[in-house]
Write a protein that binds this ligand. Structure first.
Ligand SMILES: Nc1ncnc2c1ncn2[C@@H]1O[C@H](COP(=O)(O)OP(=O)(O)O)[C@@H](O)[C@H]1O
Ligand SMILES: [Mg+2]
Length: 233
């Protein structure tokens, strides 16, 4: 059981299960997942391809619906048996940041506009937002690229921008799904160090999915997902 009792929690999930149904076929991907993430802490998840890591992050983010279970964001109990409503999307944009393997920057707009996007979604856009975005981009070492469009950036630079975007709204929790999966070893290490340092400085709790053992060990707690269950290692 991955419970931590004494510290206030950024996120908690209990007994989350998920089965995909494809016609008559059923694929039970997650079975009774329990996870608790203290504030300002980090946790890594490893596991074979296809074991359900992305599905688990999608349930925690309420992008996908669980079959059953309970989910708490901060002290707020969330519905996990349906995906977020339109109103809840604004709340999600301030509670949660997500970083994906494939960056998912918007190609038509420049770096600064990409990074300020979450403030528009959470409806907290004001003059301070651009300063916040610039400061995060500086922290990520890409402060000199703000007027570029993503297509002009290297993979490592794109991921640095995506991390700045994910942190813009000062989320309580950041979910990172194989964030260095598309990067070469050295670039991946640089980006991972920046990610870990930024989360720690910002007091953002991190759930990191990675295949890299060294990166996994850099988090406060390490887990392994296998046969639908999450075990601390
Ligand atoms: N929307 C979906 N519909 C049906 N099956 C899915 C869907 N999403 C994922 N799966 C299946 O669930 C399993 C877990 O997928 P995923 O969570 O992406 O694994 P991982 O991220 O660990 O590689 C895989 O067998 C995958 O094919
Ligand atoms: Mg995945």
């Amino acid at each position: 059981m991955l419970y931590a009792m004494n510290k206030s929690l950024a996120l908690q999930a209990s007994n989350l299960s998920k089965t995909f149904r494809l016609g008559a076929q059923e694929l039970q991907v997650l079975q009774g997942i329990n996870l608790s993430l203290p504030q300002s802490s980090s946790l890594s998840i490893r596991g074979e391809s296809g074991c359900g890591k992305t599905t688990l992050l999608n349930l925690l983010a309420r992008i996908e619906q669980a079959d059953q279970g309970e989910l708490t964001w901060g002290d707020r109990v969330m519905r996990c048996d349906r995906s977020a409503s339109r109103d809840e999307v604004a709340h999600r944009a301030s509670f949660l940041g997500v970083v994906y393997q494939a960056y998912y920057l918007i190609p038509e707009i420049d770096v600064l506009e990409n990074v300020t996007l979450p403030a528009k979604i959470s409806r907290e856009f004001d003059a301070s937002v651009q300063d916040r975005a610039r400061s995060l981009l500086d922290q990520m070492g890409v402060g000199n690229r703000i007027t570029q469009i993503p297509g002009k950036l290297s993979g490592g630079e794109r991921q640095r921008v995506a991390i700045a975007r994910a942190l813009l709204n000062r989320p309580k929790v950041l979910l990172a799904d194989e964030p260095t999966g598309n990067l070469d070893e050295r670039t991946g290490e640089e980006v991972m160090n920046l990610l870990l340092r930024a989360c720690s400085e910002e007091g953002t709790s991190l759930i990191l999915v990675t295949h890299n053992l060294a990166f996994a060990r850099a988090t406060d707690r390490q887990t392994f997902l296998s046969e639908g269950r999450l075990n601390e290692v």
